[in-house]
Each structure stands twice: as C-alpha cells, then as structure tokens.
Write a protein that binds this ligand. Structure first.
Ligand SMILES: *[C@@H]1O[C@H](CO)[C@@H](O)[C@H](O)[C@H]1NC(C)=O
Length: 299
C-alpha cells in the first residue's frame, strides 16, 4: 500500500519524451518548413520565399508525405533529447523539493537548464540527422545523402565520418538546449503555479493550455534572439568578435534585430510546447487515475 502511494506520486521518467514525440508528429511539417526556409536560395533577385511558398513547394515536388520526410529523425531526437531533459528535470525536482512547498523560480531555472544541457548532449546525434534528412529533399539528387531513416543515418554517419562526428556542434547546441529548457519547463511550472494560486483556475485543460502557451511565448522571446545571433556569427566576416558585431548591428538596425523572425519562431515553438505539455498532463492524469483507484481498492 505504501509502495503504491509512492509510485503514484512519481511518474515514469519517459513521460516527457513520449509527450514530445506525440507533439513532434503534429508539428514536424512546421519544423521541416523552417529548415527549408533557412537553406532556401533567393531565386535570382526576387524576394526570399515565405512560409506558404515553402509549403507549396514541398507539396508540389514531394507530395503530402514530403511534409513528413525525416519524421523518424524528429522522433529519435525527441526520444533522446526530451526523454533525457524531462526525466532529469523531474528527478532533480523531486530530490530538491520539500513536502507542501513550491520550488522558487530560480531553483526551477537552475534545474531545468542543467537538464536541457545534458539532454542536448544526448540528443546531438539525432539532431544532426534530423537537419540533414529535412534538407535532403531540397538538394540536387547527386548531393542527397538518402538516409532511409534515422537509424540508417546514424550508421552511415559513423561509417563515413567517424564516431566523433555525432557530437559535432555539441557545445553551442547544449547551450541552446539549456536556454530552451529553462524557458519552457521552468516557466510552465511557474505559470501553472501562479494560475492555480490565483484561485480562478483548476488543474485542468484550460489551465494547461494557457500556461503552456505562455511558456511557448517565453521560450520564443528568449531563444529567437539567440538564434539570430547564432546565424549572424556563423555568417559574419567580422574578426572583432560578438560584442562588436552586436554593437554594429544595433547601430545599423536598432534593437529590431532581436525581434526579427519572432512570429515565425512562435508559430513553430508555440504549438510544439502546448502539445507537449497537454500530452504530458494527460499521461500524468491517466497514471494518477490508475494508481488512485488501486489505492481505493486496497483501502
Ligand atoms: C477548467 O476550470 C475552469 C475554472 O474552474 C473552468 O472555467 C473551465 O471551464 C474548466 N475547463 C475545462 C476544459 O474543464
């Protein structure tokens, strides 16, 4: 009986990963669109193609299933990255938390960024395969890698480029993962707690939807400028370093550079964040239902 009670309050570590995978099934086409947009070349002097143009192009050239090319890599990425970050975050919270006392925001941020950092290391190989598979359809046939699925991609990558290639770019990637996870997971917990504490909300779908939408907004506000900086650094010829680069950019464009692309970022990140937390809360609800009814039977 005591054993059951304990189990009922601790959820399996893979719930976050499974929820993120479900969310990825729904948002994969948006992700694919982003990668294609970023790698799209301007046709002549014309304007860069937009989101809708990109969807149309994928649909026309690769059919409906084209929207799902690289899905296995997307799923493998969530299975590694999100299972690890959610699993570690929940585990750390349960170690630090005192009974009947909410964890303060700075603690949540510290725990979630640690989890995101480690999660990104675990997810790095699948992340590379994911980007490569999504780009593939846009490449000329002789340049395609033609990975059949994520596992095939992993095997080919190790064979052709060596084991260490799986951790290419792991430094910046884990920094981003720490930021992303702190802005998603810690802010969701905080928003949900604030909503519940206001007394106007119950622990139900409405509250989960509002808190996760706000978390998606925070994640976009924090991560989108970082992505802009990343792109600028990667494409910059400026030898004077990041600070100089940002000063120059701010002088030229004002602070507007930080908010460029905010809406497209939110269109991708928002739905994925909302769906992940809604699926996660459903997993937990079902789990509680199973174990509390067990308790009742035993009582
Ligand atoms: C959730 O609870 C709030 C406040 O009690 C209520 O207004 C709302 O309709 C509920 N939503 C759902 C989906 O049950």
């Amino acid at each position: 009986m005591r054993e059951q009670k304990k189990k009922g309050t601790r959820y399996p570590f893979w719930f976050g990963g499974a929820s993120s995978m479900w969310a990825a099934v729904f948002t994969h086409p948006l992700d694919l669109n982003k990668v294609r947009l970023q790698t799209a070349k301007k046709p002549g002097n014309g304007p860069k193609p937009g989101m809708m143009d990109t969807f149309k192009m994928i649909f026309r050239n690769e059919g409906f299933l084209g929207l799902y090319s690289g899905l296995t890599a997307s799923l493998l990425r969530q299975a590694s990255y999100s299972t690890t970050r959610f699993g570690i975050y929940e585990e750390l919270k349960s170690i630090v938390k005192k009974p009947n006392k909410e964890l303060p925001l700075p603690t949540l941020i510290a725990l979630s960024s640690t989890s995101g950092f480690i999660g990104s290391i675990a997810g790095n190989p699948a992340d590379i395969i994911n980007v490569r598979m999504q780009q593939d359809g846009a490449l000329p046939p002789e340049k395609r890698r033609n990975y059949k699925n994520a596992i095939d991609g992993l095997i080919k990558m190790v064979r052709q480029e060596g084991l260490t290639s799986l951790f290419r770019g792991v430094g910046p990637n884990s920094g981003r993962g720490a930021l992303m996870t702190a802005s998603q997971l810690a802010s969701y917990d905080e928003f949900k707690m604030l909503l519940l504490r206001s007394g106007m909300f119950d622990d139900n779908l409405t509250t989960h939807f509002i808190a996760s939408t706000m978390a998606g907004g925070v994640a976009t506000l924090i991560c989108s400028p970082v992505d802009v900086i990343k792109t600028k650094i990667m494409s910059s010829q400026d030898p004077a370093g990041i600070v100089h680069l940002l000063q120059e950019t701010t002088r030229r464009e004002g602070m507007a550079w930080a908010f460029k692309g905010l809406l497209p970022s939110f269109i991708r990140l928002g739905p994925h964040t909302v769906l992940t937390f809604i699926f996660l809360e459903q997993h937990k609800k079902i789990w509680r239902a199973i174990y509390s009814s067990d308790d009742e039977v035993k009582l």
